[in-house]
Write a protein that binds this ligand. Sequence first.
Ligand code: DX5
Ligand code: ZN
Length: 227
Amino acid sequence: AQDFLIAPSILSADFARLGEEVDNVLAAGADVVHFDVMDNHYVPNLTIGPMVCKALRKHGVTAPIDVHLMVKPVDRMISDFIEAGASYITFHPEASEHVDRSLQLIRDGGCKAGLVFNPATPLSYLDYVMDKVDMVLLMSVNPGFGGQSFIPGTMNKLREARARIDASKYDIRLEIDGGVKVDNIAEIAAAGADTFVAGSAIFSAHQASDPHGYDSVIQQMREALAK
Ligand code: DX5
Ligand code: ZN
């Protein structure tokens, strides 16, 4: 799979300059904007909602926006993010009372739909909805915060998810989120991921001493993937 996508998580961006931050990572070669929505209920943190997504579209962002819902309940936020210009909307199946309905709502709104699996959430949630997902997102940390370490057991789960996707006849992306760095991205790709969320690894690279930090991290990630 040479079709790799790099998706910086704006959770680690400077929120006071969000539009500029998003422009900069896209100019540095990012493919997708990963947009983490936390509600202080499903996860112990509070971030950004549909108004901010809408503001990024108004600012002129045309790249895909990958909305990762860490909220409960789920469905109301689905409609709001469809309206706010989301491209992908993913949610945690255990946070939805009706997983099939939530997936259908996303697709009916013209967005791509995905399920997100916490480190201990079984992939069996996929059993009866494989035809309704465009993305499977595996969490390699417990959701809620950036800057955590990649949980090694996720490598086997990635292989299992890759096997399920390949065995299905569907075109489904396999995304990984949490602790992705230049030095582990190749191994993660070898285990089957094709879409890579990276927050702290990318945004921490931008310092006054290195105004091209984003370019160099994204470039190094691409080089690691090309090997
Ligand atoms: C965690 C979020 C991630 C987070 C990743 O709940 O879903 O997207 O921003 O951050 P890093 O890459 O720093 O682990
Ligand atoms: Zn995320």
